[in-house]
Design a protein around this ligand. Structure first.
Ligand code: HDE
Length: 750
């Protein structure tokens, strides 16, 4: 291959990527990039160091795998070298004057190694420090040329390589994945016409309406500066002090206190572009647009108690989940939908479409599905890809444009700016993960760590000495939508921005009763952690304007009477009717029980035939069964060969599984029923509203844990599949149906 020189090989652990097969899309249409703008010089059009005339990376489908090849390194069969390529004979001992003597200053190998180590760290992101990412592609269903000339939407079935990073916002890079927080949902599209970054969140609104307030918001949210606590949590005084004085955050607070903020998996959450954007077609006509990602696996969340327990048992829970699903071939998928509306329609809406604290309800503007994103390849190297990737709202391509949303306008500045310090200079666009597939040609030069070998004497434009190259692309280049602007220069905002509560109410009223209960509990939890009584009261005074019942329930938990409502600044707030799409129950998903983790509790004397039957049944449907025992090693079965326990109850507690099966077996039941860890495991499964299956004697384990067999409202608990060993097929079917759907939240007494 081109620049894959001796010593730099494809990763044998990823055989799908070796050679040409790995760079060819497995199915569906693929589209080649247009010829790059070519000029007379001999500068390589290839991505990076390949010389003209050598084999060029294949652009188009999975093109990114090819462009990253030039930097992909594998050490198999290689001798150790220094950074200068000098073979190293001894990597254990520094060079000393005598066996017990001082280390020699000349030990360049020791010094090089330690010096590099000393500088291994870069600053973490100021927000969204903790994240996980994957490669994949976006596939457009149908050409959208009427709406936009953006490259990813140019042809039916066109595929564009993407790299997506999901993140929490508040915590440091080493913080737990399952904290209550907004999740970042950032997608870099490596389009034929440069990179387009859709830098969104899993919540469609934001806390503030103007970028001017962002540093204050983040200072209030981050650990308090005097003692550096709490980590990755908004449950402290400064955050609630700030938002209680910022009524525009009320709508977002309801989302943040909802189960959206504790997703079950990155694969099971929606993504939103948040701001209103513009689409522009080849004739220059433009419409407004909101971007929505909907997960094929459905929207699923954790229960708060479960999230807390996972935080201890496996702080990497979401990172591991994404990695393992992709390694297992269960590539997560999202559908991209657009809400498209005209300027006139926007003017008629009861809110300002430039206000990022508002959604455009689906009842007002329906969602149009336009394509899907599939994430099917894990990064080779966390630092080089997930950490060094630089998303930026300013990265747009012809066919997409900004609006005047004052939050978006501030973001356009912030990302490049912060990346200059985080990634050490102005050339981070040359990092392999950041560089576009379309070759870069401009007169920007030099700076720290410059890699491109720009040839020739000309680094200015206009020029005659370089034949006028690189020349302006003219009509083929990016043109800003010529939106007319007028008005006085002013620090203020439109009147409609002052309606802070009507959409918060819409969200509240669109939740199911259990979702509402979770919101109330989250407010109570966070405000209980707040120490200052007046801050607690001020938050509840905002909630009075959303719904007096909500305020009442929160105030009850905090032990005070409902305070007076916060002042409402607008007359006649718009009325919305509930929007079912705002409930997490609206998207149960289409992937059945695939990727769901199921514990089979086993001990000596378990019915081996039943274990095999359940295990295989789950595997066939793509679920992830695990034999969980009291200790590692072989267990004997009442029938069949012994099994090896895969993990222990203490190493992988209940919260890490989506469901539990307790197979039949007298002796095993006696052992399990006597173990307090088993009782805790089973109770947690129940309490976290997960499906349980117990067959034959194993029902005793359920009895021992004293689980109610009907729901608090007297209905049958469909997620509790308990019965005779002979009923296993029916029990399994009931269990799988329960596992594929939403959790049995009816177990939570209202
Ligand atoms: Fe960000 N945001 N943000 N943000 N944001 C960053 O850029 C900023 C906002 C979002 O996986 C930073 O490279 C300002 C909204 C994501 O690498 C920084 C404002 C939304 C990520 C920054 C906002 C986001 C970031 C920190 C208000 C949802 C992680 C490191 C004007 C639509 C991207 C970095 C990744 C990261 C600034 C508000 C999403 C400081 C000034 C609204 C997903 O530049």
């Amino acid at each position: 291959a081109n620049a894959v020189s001796a010593g730099m090989r494809d990763n044998p652990a990823k055989p799908g990527e070796i050679g040409i097969q790995g760079r060819t899309a497995p199915t569906g249409a693929t589209v080649q990039s247009p010829d790059p703008v070519v000029h007379a010089s001999t500068v390589s059009e290839a991505h990076g160091s390949a010389k003209t005339g050598e084999e060029q990376p294949v652009l188009g489908a999975n093109a990114l795998a090819a462009s990253l090849d030039r930097v992909r390194a594998d050490d198999s069969d290689q001798a150790l070298t220094s950074n200068q390529g000098v073979p190293v004979s001894d990597n254990q001992n520094s060079l000393k004057a005598g066996l017990r003597g001082p280390t020699a200053m000349e030990d360049f190998l020791l010094r090089e190694k330690i010096t590099h180590f000393d500088h291994e760290r870069i600053p973490e992101r100021v927000v969204h420090a903790r994240g996980s990412a994957a490669h994949g592609y976006f596939e457009c269903y149908k050409a959208l040329t009427e709406l936009t000339c953006a490259a990813p939407f140019a042809e039916d079935g066109k595929r564009t390589p993407v790299f997506a990073r999901f993140s929490t916002v508040a915590g440091g890079a080493g913080s737990a994945d399952t904290v209550r927080d907004v999740r970042g949902f950032a997608v870099k599209f490596y389009t034929d016409e440069g990179n387009w970054d859709l830098v969104g969140n899993n919540i469609p609104v934001f806390f503030i309406q103007d970028a001017m307030k962002f540093p204050d918001l983040v200072h209030a949210l981050k650990p308090e500066p005097h003692f550096g606590m709490p980590q990755a949590s908004s449950a402290h005084d400064t955050f609630w002090d700030f938002v209680s004085l910022m009524p525009e955050s009320t709508h977002m607070l309801l989302w943040q206190m909802s189960d959206r903020a504790i997703p079950r998996s990155y694969r099971m959450m929606q993504g939103f572009g948040v701001h209103t954007f513009r689409l522009v077609n080849a004739d220059g006509a433009s419409v407004f647009c909101k971007f929505h990602w909907t997960p094929k696996a459905g929207t699923h969340s954790l229960i708060w108690d479960e999230a807390v327990k996972i935080g201890g048992a496996d702080p990497d829970y979401h990172r591991r989940d994404l990695w393992e699903a992709i390694e297992a071939g269960a590539a997560p998928e999202w559908e991209l939908s657009l809400q498209v509306f005209s300027e006139d329609e926007a003017d008629g809406m009861p809110f300002d479409i430039l206000d990022p604290t508002k959604i455009v309800p689906e009842e007002l503007v329906p969602l149009i599905p336009v394509g899907r994103m599939v994430l099917n390849r894990n990064p080779d190297n966390f630092f080089a890809e997930t950490e060094q990737v630089a998303f930026c709202t300013a990265h747009i391509v012809p066919g997409i444009d900004f609006t005047n949303d004052p939050l978006l306008q501030g973001r356009i500045h912030s990302y490049l700016d912060t990346q200059i310090s985080r990634l050490g200079g102005a050339n981070f666009h040359e990092l392999p993960i950041n560089s576009p597939l379309r070759a870069v040609h401009n007169n920007q030069r030099d700076g720290m760590h410059r890699q491109t070998l720009n040839r020739g004497r000309v680094a200015y434009e206009p020029n005659s000495l370089g034949g006028g190259c690189p020349f302006q692309a003219g009509a083929a280049g990016f043109k800003s939508f010529p939106q007319p602007v007028d008005g006085d220069k002013i620090r203020a905002k439109p009147e409609k921005f002052a309606d802070h509560y009507s959409q918060a109410r819409l969200f509240w009223q669109s939740q199911t009763l259990t979702e509402q209960l979770h919101i109330v509990n989250a407010f109570r939890f966070e405000l209980t952690r707040v120490q200052t009584p007046s801050v607690r009261q001020r938050v509840v005074s905002l909630l009075v304007n959303v719904d007096p019942m909500l305020a009442q329930q929160v105030a009850d938990g905090l032990g005070f009477d409902v305070p007076e409502a916060a002042p409402v600044l607008v007359d006649g707030q718009p009325e919305y009717s509930a929007s079912p799409a705002l409930s997490l129950t609206a998207y149960p998903g289409e992937t059945g029980i695939a990727t769901r983790r199921v514990a089979l509790l086993v001990a000596d004397g378990v019915d081996g035939a039943m274990v095999t039957q359940v295990y295989e049944h789950l595997l066939q449907q793509g679920a992830v069964p695990r034999l969980v025992g009291q200790k590692l090693g072989a267990i004997t079965c009442s029938a069949g060969k012994p099994f090896q326990v895969e993990i222990t109850l203490s190493a992988a507690p209940s919260a890490l599984y989506d469901a539990v099966v307790i197979p039949d077996g007298e002796q095993a039941t006696t052992l399990l029923a006597a173990d307090p860890l088993v009782a805790e495991f089973v109770r947690d499964q129940y309490r976290h509203c997960k499906p349980l299956l117990a067959a034959g004697s194993a029902t005793e384990v359920i009895d021992k844990a004293e689980l109610p067999d009907v729901l608090p409202n007297g209905d049958e608990d469909f997620s509790l599949a308990v019965g005779e060993a002979g009923q296993l097929p029916e029990l399994l079917q009931q269990f799988a149906e329960a596992l594929a759907g939403q959790r049995e939240l009816g177990r939570e007494a209202l």
